[in-house]
Design a protein around this ligand. Structure first.
Ligand code: PLP
Length: 356
């Protein structure tokens, strides 16, 4: 039976990408060898790196001021690498706390400079995006998490300020257009909307580097990886390869503009059903609802196991909500088809007919 993958991460990849990845595991670029067993210095693999840089730059229209890196250590390592490289010990950084990932970013960053928590939505279990807070003019950068994978909220647009952003875009990178010039740095773990687990995309304004008053270990210094085009040491070759295929797939589909309209359409289908269906409800403020991770609850939570079983029966996989929220979460990343969302909506409609 056809399966629809709603897991939050690691998450759905486009079918053609999986086919090409499988082929390369057997025989890569006609070499008669697997991509898993060749040198990262081979011409065949340096071509993969080049294509990955090119695709990322094309997708987000990245200006020459900014460098693209493929690193390891997950988005979680960027919680400390960003302030380590960008925040001097006497400088201030502003953070907006919109959930688990922002909280972790704050915990790490406060050891490097003066950290100001500009706003938080913790008072209502992170079910909205804070608005109307003051932003001091002397911040080195403003950090926010553009999409909150666990709680299902998303910044509809970046906070209004001329201060450069540092942004965790792990779960909505390449889902919509952004203006990279406004960002000092962007980071994203691959395994939500870009590829498999194992690499982290970093986009950083190179003019902002080399300004902090501390020693940075070689491996944690963005300049090291810029100089060596992300191959200072062995890069995570296979995750970069599959990310490259996924980025090229997005380009073939019409780029991030095309993704944005498809993502809006898919999310509208599901949110309309959540709002219409008498059994379900959304815990999220309407204007802050994520287009990537759609969280919803059954008003009668005793029906949860039954709904879960029926969704699984229909091929809808991975819709269990995160343990800190409960209920359900359907992740509708770029690779999720409209058909998949329609199937889930049908399951909800049938469930209402039988249980309302
Ligand atoms: C998953 C996730 C992370 C953590 O990523 P790792 O690569 O596992 O370290 C950080 N931020 C956001 C927004 C995420 O969704």
């Amino acid at each position: 039976m056809k399966k629809y993958n709603f897991f939050a991460g690691p998450a759905i990849l486009p079918q053609p990408v999986l086919m090409k990845a499988a082929e390369a595991v057997n025989d890569f670029a006609g070499m008669g060898l697997s991509i898993l067993e060749i040198s990262h210095r081979s011409a065949q693999f340096t071509d993969v790196m080049e294509r990955a840089f090119t695709a990322a730059k094309k997708l987000l229209n990245i200006p020459d001021t900014h460098e693209v890196l493929f690193l390891t250590g997950g988005a979680s390592s960027q919680f400390f690498m960003a302030p380590l490289n960008l925040l001097g010990s006497t400088q201030k950084a502003g953070y907006i706390n919109t959930g688990t990932w922002s909280t972790k970013a704050i915990k790490e960053a406060k050891h490097y400079g003066e950290l100001i928590e500009l706003a938080s939505s913790k008072d209502r279990n992170f079910n909205y995006i804070p608005k109307g807070y003051d932003i001091p003019s002397d911040l080195r950068y403003l950090h926010y998490t553009s999409n909150n994978t666990i709680f299902g909220t998303q910044f509809a647009e970046a906070p209004k300020t001329s201060i450069p952003y540092v942004c965790d875009m792990s779960s909505d990178i390449f889902s919509r257009p952004i203006n990279v010039s406004d960002y000092m740095m962007i980071y994203a773990g691959a395994q939500k909307n870009m590829g498999p687990a194992g690499t982290t995309l970093v986009i950083v304004n190179k003019d902002e580097l080399g300004k902090v008053d501390r020693h940075i270990p070689t491996m944690l210094d963005y300049k090291t990886h810029i100089t060596k085009q992300s191959s200072f040491n062995t890069p995570p070759a296979f995750p970069i390869f599959v990310s490259m295929l996924t980025m090229e797939w997005v380009l073939e589909q019409g780029g991030v503009e095309a993704m944005a309209s498809r993502n809006e359409e898919k999310a509208a289908l599901l949110y309309n059903e959540i709002d219409r269906n008498s059994l379900f409800t959304s815990p999220i403020a309407t204007e802050d609802r994520s287009l990537m991770n759609i969280c919803f609850l059954l008003k009668d939570s005793s029906l949860e196991d039954k709904f879960m079983a029926e969704a699984t029966e229909a091929g809808c996989m991975g819709i269990k909500g995160h343990r800190s929220v409960g209920g359900f979460r359907a992740s509708t990343y770029n690779a999720m088809s409209k058909e998949g969302v329609e199937v889930l909506v049908q399951v909800m409609k049938h469930f209402e007919e039988k249980n309302a």
